[in-house]
Design a binder for this molecule. Structure first.
Ligand code: MSP
Length: 510
């Protein structure tokens, strides 16, 4: 059986989840479900990044212990995933003792291999981003030195352990250029020019200025740098669940999802860490664009942070999931906007998906008393052409799923939905009935019913509640649905369909 492993970034435990976190997690959930649909054994990991200076500071500011804060926040994120019908296999938290032991073991291994040395780190550090800022990255704002996101920087002169990543610069450049690992591809150019240049130096991997982290096993004055701790979650989680050998081997398709601001850590440092330890590398790192609002980037100070809980309460989880997968672009930044969401809902979910199902139910009721008639296979050009379109659709969608570009998958289904509607208009079953060409209408109902089943089947990784309603109304079971047209059509014969009731009511804007 082919295997597929997908991860989201582990989210910082210093704040509440927003629509950006939700979007990446929905995407991972949807891709895992699509891969399952085409026969893969899958493993889907998400979780929380719970160490580091920022978490310590936020907890202090809120007068709460770090432990209480991370426990509360893990609960809130998990609650959101439940509301969004996210089915992860494991929720990793870096405060987990087994994860901590694993990270210390990794540190020892890298040390024993001679990749770690002690030195002094003089640098500018951004507390908000949890990273040392290179000279070339420092910007100026109101006469102050700031990082690329505009946060102020602090001076650091600190004893630190370093990892000899600079020895791997050429290796990683080759790795990025020779493998189809980064998607979209143009992110590689940014990495090469911004980071893999003459300033690419060894990485400081320990801190002495705060406590909230995993202790360096050979020197307890130091805690391990949060990114080393965090990136290894992708394999510590597998070890904890005894599936490391199964899902971190060369055969498994191993995919990391994230957005562009942390591409550098995933595409440069993470492969180098793995190479140092002779471990397999990820097969794909998908770095999607940012969600922004009409006012620009979401930020607490602008008050434009989109709260996913409120959206789900208002529109339901299916709508939030569908809109994210269809309209939030992987390649570019996207504006997340309620008007766009409502338009997408009306055009795609109410007018396409919902309408196709209610049309099939309505016509089956009108022409055949709700019962799927026998398929005859009489000669009719329009039926024949549509039959071929169905087969092409099934063949084509597998490539789309394997491209892992959710925007493309959804758009491909939408095109098929449009073909279904066109088919009805072209065949005009109402006219055939008048001419008593019943057998052709029998074939038509069979083909369109099967096509509607395909739509439900291929949107089931995205739509949860709607799938339950649609399969109930259409009287079929996803668990024994068969992609072979002839066989499924035989199975469908005599199905008694339910009365149609709208799955998605149109939203009338005020
Ligand atoms: N803890 C690190 C990741 C460590 S992974 C080994 C971190 N956490 S985070 O809480 O800041 O989450 C960042 C991720 O959340 C992004 O990479 C992206 O997947 C998602 N998003 C957060 N804000 C986003 C947008 N505005 N738009 C889209 N996704 C964004 O970085």
């Amino acid at each position: 059986m082919k295997k597929f492993y997908i991860t989201t970034p582990i989210y910082y435990s210093s704040g509440n989840p927003h629509i950006g976190h939700a979007n990446t997690t929905i995407m991972a959930d949807v891709l895992a479900k699509y891969k399952k649909l085409i026969g893969y054994k899958t493993y889907f990991l998400t979780g929380m990044d719970e160490h580091g200076q920022k978490i310590e500071e936020v907890a202090k500011k809120n007068n709460i212990s770090c432990i209480d804060m991370i426990n509360n926040n893990a609960k809130i994120f998990q609650e959101l995933w439940k509301k969004l019908n996210i089915n992860y296999d494991y929720f990793i938290r870096t405060s987990n003792d087994k994860h901590k032991e694993f990270i210390q073991k990794i540190f020892n291994e890298l040390y024993e291999k001679g990749y770690i040395y002690l030195d002094v780190w003089k640098s500018k550090y951004c507390v908000s981003c949890e990273e040392n800022i290179l000279e070339s990255e420092i910007k100026e704002k109101d006469g102050q030195k700031v990082c690329q996101h505009g946060h102020s920087l602090i001076d650091k002169n600190e004893e630190s352990y370093f990892l000899k990543v600079s020895e791997f610069k050429n290796w990683v450049i080759n790795f990025l250029n020779n493998n189809d690992v980064v998607y979209p591809k143009n992110r590689i150019n940014e990495l090469l020019s911004n980071f893999l240049n003459d300033n690419f130096t060894d990485l400081s991997i320990s801190r002495t200025t705060f406590d909230w982290g995993i202790k360096v096993p050979i020197n307890d004055k130091h805690v391990i740098y949060v990114w080393l701790d965090a990136l290894f979650n992708y394999i510590s989680a597998l070890k904890i669940n005894n599936v490391f050998d199964e899902f971190w081997d060369d055969e498994t398709e191993k995919v990391h999802l994230l957005s562009k601001e942390i591409t550098r850590f995933h595409c440069i440092y993470w492969p180098i860490f793995l190479e140092m330890l002779n471990l397999p590398k990820p097969s794909k790192i998908i770095s999607h664009g940012w969600i922004v609002t009409k006012e620009g980037k979401m930020s607490k100070s602008l008050g434009n942070v989109i709260n996913p809980f409120e959206l789900i309460d208002k529109y339901g989880s299916d709508v939030v999931r569908y809109y994210s997968m269809k309209e939030v672009s992987i390649k570019n930044d996207s504006i997340y906007d309620i008007e766009l969401l409502e338009n997408c809902y009306n055009s795609d979910l109410a007018n396409r998906y919902g309408n196709i199902i209610s049309r099939v139910l309505g016509m089956t009721k009108k022409y055949f008393d709700n019962k799927i008639p026998k398929y005859i296979g009489v000669d009719n050009e329009i039926n024949k052409t549509f039959h071929k379109k169905i087969i092409d659709f099934i063949v084509g969608i597998e490539d789309k799923i394997n491209s892992l570009d959710v925007n493309e998958i959804v758009n491909y289904v939408v095109l098929f939905e449009d073909q279904i509607n066109l088919y009805v208009e072209e065949l005009k079953p109402w006219a055939l009935i008048k001419e008593e060409r019943i057998e052709e209408v029998q074939d038509f109902i069979n083909l369109i019913y099967y096509a509607a089943q395909l739509v439900v089947w291929y949107l089931s990784p995205i739509l949860n509640d709607a799938t339950l309603i649609a399969t109930k109304q259409m009287k079929f079971n996803l668990n024994d649905f068969c992609l072979n047209l002839e066989r499924q059509i035989l199975k469908n014969e005599n199905n008694m369909l339910e009365e149609s009731s709208p799955i998605f009511q149109r939203i009338i804007s005020k």
